[in-house]
Design a protein around this ligand. Structure first.
Ligand code: ARG
Length: 456
């Protein structure tokens, strides 16, 4: 027990189990042990412990790590409040009084937030790596589909043709923004709170800069009260997970729709789908559904921590221990989802001929026809109206724009001539796009080249 001295009675038997965070913060063991080693070195540098004591403490910390890795030592949440007290207790068993020396100037309040910042930096970096892999795999697929034309939708209604590559690259953009947000979390987490003690620093001559260098932090936290009670970086991390999962969930929604018998855009590989116990014909996109479903929990984890923090006065309050389960949970869901998405996406087959055929009888090139009139000097308002009439004609006669003969076109409006026929050619439609960021294969190729050099 780290705080027995002032107490005359033992804690209630239910208190420890209720209050222990060990099951969760055991995940910080590596960070915690590393901090312990560096802190001991610093205490030796400033003469609070001798170099012999430093060796004893360091050896014991290595041993605890090894014991934990080999399952020899498994601290029990019914015995310890958290990872900090568990390590301290084992250290005491191994070294005796030296263990107590490591506590000089340190509080669990600055310890927990130091380890948590280190964990956030590491984990945000890992997720960035997973996003990078996903982007590379999407770009590989996009490169094969620069000329594959699919309908682009607004309001879930066919709007204008785009290429499959263009559609896929939209997600690559989202993943890039997800990485930028994670980089901000890494930057934000990069201030060292150790040395802030419980609330207001220490009267011991602790060398914070030594700790900062050795623990690889960019700067020190400026205010000890803020340092022990700031969890903004946790909320920002959770926000990254939420927005990232929202992106994956939107993609999953598309893949689910695209794999239906009604749409038939894609086939997801057997290894990433499941069957039905009753209906032998079924092949279900469970992975996509589960990513979409699990995003709900990730959103609620964000909500949970921002609500947890909103009523807390300065500085540390025990409530803050509840930050870890949502943080670790969101991290696990998000990183697993990214891995599964990459695996699943690689198994997807697209049927190019079918994709083109679904637009054969459509009026998806209506805007292109209106633009053609604008280039002939017709105000867009009028052009919109003229093509609108053409669309009504197509619907009534069950025809696509490309099925209209020049005779029919002229009958509807004498302004049409032979050159409009080319406008209704789907295969060529993307090449006519002039604006950067559009699905013109020239721009798409440029984008792919840009991504390849940026990501490799
Ligand atoms: N387990 C706590 C947390 O995760 C850290 C310990 C601080 N406890 C205390 N009684 N000051 O936030």
């Amino acid at each position: 027990m780290l705080w027995g001295g002032r107490f005359e009675e033992e804690p209630d038997k239910n208190l420890l189990e209720f209050s222990s965070s060990l099951n969760d913060d055991i995940r910080l063991i590596k960070e915690e042990i590393q901090c312990g080693k560096v802190y001991a070195e610093m205490l030796c540098e400033i003469g609070i412990i001798t170099s012999t004591e430093l060796i004893t403490i360091t050896d014991a910390l290595y041993r605890i790590e090894a014991e934990y890795d080999s399952n020899e030592w498994k601290p029990d949440p019914r015995e310890f409040e958290d990872i900090h007290s568990a390590i301290e207790s084992r250290l005491y068993e191994l070294t005796g009084s030296e263990a107590g020396k490591l506590r000089a100037g340190r509080s669990r309040n600055d310890q927990v937030v130091t380890s948590l910042r280190m964990w956030c930096k590491k984990s945000a970096g890992q997720i960035k790596g997973l996003l990078n892999n996903l982007q590379l795999s999407f770009i590989q697929t996009a490169e094969k589909h620069i000329e594959t034309i699919i309908p682009g939708y607004t309001h879930m209604q066919q709007a204008q043709p785009v290429s499959l590559a263009h559609h896929i690259l939209a997600y690559v953009e989202m993943f890039e923004r997800d990485k930028v947000r994670l980089s901000l979390v890494i930057k934000e987490s990069d201030n060292l709170p150790l040395g802030s003690g419980a609330i207001s620093g220490s009267t011991l001559p602790l060398d914070s800069n030594f700790l900062k260098e050795r623990l690889d932090f960019k700067s020190l936290c400026n205010n000890s009260m803020d340092a022990v009670s700031d969890r903004d970086f946790v909320i920002d991390f959770l926000n990254c997970c939420s927005i990232g999962m929202m992106h994956l969930s939107r993609l999953c929604e598309e893949l689910i729709i695209w794999s239906t018998a009604e749409w038939k855009f894609i086939k997801i590989g057997d290894s990433f789908t499941t069957g039905s116990s009753l209906m032998p014909q079924k092949k279900n996109p469970d992975v996509a559904e589960l990513i979409r479903g699990k995003s709900a929990r990730v959103f609620s984890n964000y909500q949970s921590v921002i609500t947890l923090m909103k009523g807390l006065p300065l500085s540390y309050n025990r409530d803050m221990q509840e930050d870890k389960p949502p943080l670790f949970n969101s991290y696990s869901i998000y990183s697993e989802s990214l891995k599964l998405m990459e695996g699943m996406f690689d198994t997807i087959e697209f049927d190019n001929t079918y994709l083109l055929s679904i637009m054969k009888k459509s009026t998806i090139l209506a805007t292109d026809a209106a633009d053609w009139l604008v280039l002939k000097g017709i105000p867009f308002r009028e052009a919109h109206d003229i093509i609108g009439k053409l669309v009504v004609y197509c619907i009534k006669n069950e025809k696509g724009l490309q099925d209209l003969t020049i005779k029919e076109l002229k009958k509807i409006n004498p302004i049409f001539d032979e050159s409009v026929i080319e406008i209704f050619n789907l295969e060529n439609s993307l090449n006519r796009k002039k604006t950067p960021g559009s699905p013109n294969p020239i721009f798409v190729r440029e984008q792919i080249a840009k991504w390849k050099s940026a990501l490799s």
